[in-house]
Design a binder for this molecule. Structure first.
Ligand code: ATP
Length: 450
């Protein structure tokens, strides 16, 4: 944690250098880390996740006590939180978190702390609950929040805004493009788009474009007549026809072969589309098309791999799902939802406060899919115990093959900021040794793909 030697300054000036004392290396070979902080003009808020659900509390100028007592400034609904658990004070660009002698400890960046500095994105874990420090501007309104979508765990502000967007778009029949890193929950959101709209009673057909041989994509989409090409032994209706009256989800749309793209455009424009090998006029498609991609489709357009006209047709409404590391308050609720799904195999597992600290400190480059894999592995290690201890999570995290993510200097710097300037915690979250992490900060040479 960041510990300024002369006490906190009320404001941090641009480019002011602040050493990280706790991380200051003890060996002669290590260097002192320097970070430049840009001062914030707005204030801070906490995204809180406890038994009462998710909510946002704006931090004022005076220190506030967090605890389970009704007299605490921020009341946490959680039996594992002490009456007066910790105190949080705002100091300009930083917040100071102080444990008040709690029974189960206060965790910042995965480590149990007595006192620690945090900043934007810092997660404070108390008992079974989490508090994420987020920037708060007075006119902080970038969308209407709504109740969480059924089956989609997580009540962070980004997810509540996303829920509002999904419910609005569900009523329309125009195409929607869903963007997000791999494992972030794109299919889950597309299913919610279907379930929340008037087509919910109709079919939901999902097709992963990248999983099909290129020469078969067109016939899978639009169908074929018997004998239309070698191997076309039977007539096939195609995904568009199967999704009639419902939703057609085309995952990894960026992989759609360029020669199949005009036909998709025609279908979206309401023209009749024929099965391969069919004579006469075809039929108009009546399926709502939702596409998803984990790459920027605009880059594929620039490379000439994706038609610009089709791109503009698909991206009228775009839903962005933020990566898990940008909505840290969702980690624990999603982990609980996954553990509940795993109950038939492993019994209901409860996470210890230290295990929660570990989960919230990790960066989750593989997003929810990685979280699921880690929990499954940890549950297996737990072998019939009812509690998931931090050591089991740590072992599972070490074992989980990292989804290849290139950490450049900027990503490393952001990761460091999220962990309050604590290099050890940031390196743990990025899953690289501390020395490598320091190198990344200065040189930006990312770990090579596995
Ligand atoms: N908010 C959430 N609540 C509960 N489970 C979730 C949530 N988000 C994702 N998951 C689970 O995480 C896994 C990955 O989600 P999903 O398949 O929707 O990701 P994706 O973004 O479509 O991935 P890809 O880009 O690799 O296709 C699934 O098991 C899904 O059920």
């Amino acid at each position: 944690m960041f510990s300024p030697s002369n006490g906190p300054a009320n404001e941090v000036r641009p480019n002011e250098v602040r050493p990280n004392e706790e991380d200051r290396p003890s060996t002669a070979t290590s260097q002192t880390l320097e970070i430049a902080i840009v001062p914030r003009t707005g204030g801070w808020a906490l995204e809180i996740q406890d038994a009462a659900g998710g909510r946002r509390v704006v931090l004022g100028r005076t220190p506030v006590v967090v605890g389970s007592s009704a007299r605490a400034g921020i009341v946490i609904e959680d039996a594992t939180v002490s009456a007066r658990h910790c105190e949080i004070a705002v100091h300009g660009a930083w917040i100071l978190v102080r444990d008040l002698g709690s029974t189960n400890g206060t965790y910042v960046g995965g480590a149990r702390i007595h006192e620690a500095w945090g900043t934007e994105g810092t997660t404070i874990a108390v008992g079974q609950s989490t508090l994420v420090c987020v920037a708060h501007e007075e006119n902080d309104d970038d969308g209407e929040e709504d109740e969480p979508l059924p089956g989609v765990a997580g009540e962070s502000r980004p997810m509540r805004i996303l829920a509002g967007q999904v419910r609005r778009l569900a009523k329309l029949s125009a195409p929607v493009l869903v963007n997000g890193e791999t494992g972030v929950g794109k299919e889950l959101i597309v299913r919610a788009l279907h379930a929340e709209g008037p087509r919910a009673g109709g079919p939901f057909v999902a097709m992963n474009v990248s999983a099909l041989p290129r020469e078969l994509v067109e016939s899978e989409l639009f169908g074929h007549e018997r004998g239309a090409f070698t191997g076309a032994v039977n007539r096939r209706a195609g995904a568009f026809a199967e999704a009639e009256g419902g939703t057609l989800f085309l995952d990894e749309i960026g992989e759609l072969p360029i020669d199949a793209q005009p036909k998709l455009l025609r279908a979206l424009d309401g023209y009749e589309v024929r099965r391969i090998g069919a004579a006469g006029s075809g039929r108009k498609a009546n399926a709502r098309v939702v596409t998803a991609t984990h790459v920027r489709l605009s880059d594929s357009v620039e490379r000439g791999a994706f038609r610009r006209d089709l791109f503009h047709r698909l991206e009228v409404f775009v839903v962005e799902i933020p990566p898990l590391r940008e909505r840290q308050g969702d980690i624990v609720p999603i982990a609980r939802a996954i553990l509940a799904q795993m109950e038939p195999d492993f019994g209901l597992l409860e996470m210890t406060p230290a295990a929660i600290g570990q989960l919230t400190a990790h960066d989750w480059p593989g997003n929810v899919r990685e979280l699921r894999a880690v929990l499954q592995r940890a549950a297996d290690y737990a072998r019939g115990r009812s509690r998931l201890e931090a050591a089991l999570i740590e072992r599972a995290l070490r074992k989980t093959r990292r989804t290849p993510v290139a950490y450049d200097a900027e990503a490393a710097r952001q990761c460091l900021e999220r962990h309050g300037g604590n290099v050890s915690a940031a390196a743990r979250a990025a899953n690289v040794p501390r020395t490598t992490f320091r190198k990344l900060l200065t040189e930006g040479a990312g770990p090579k793909k596995a």
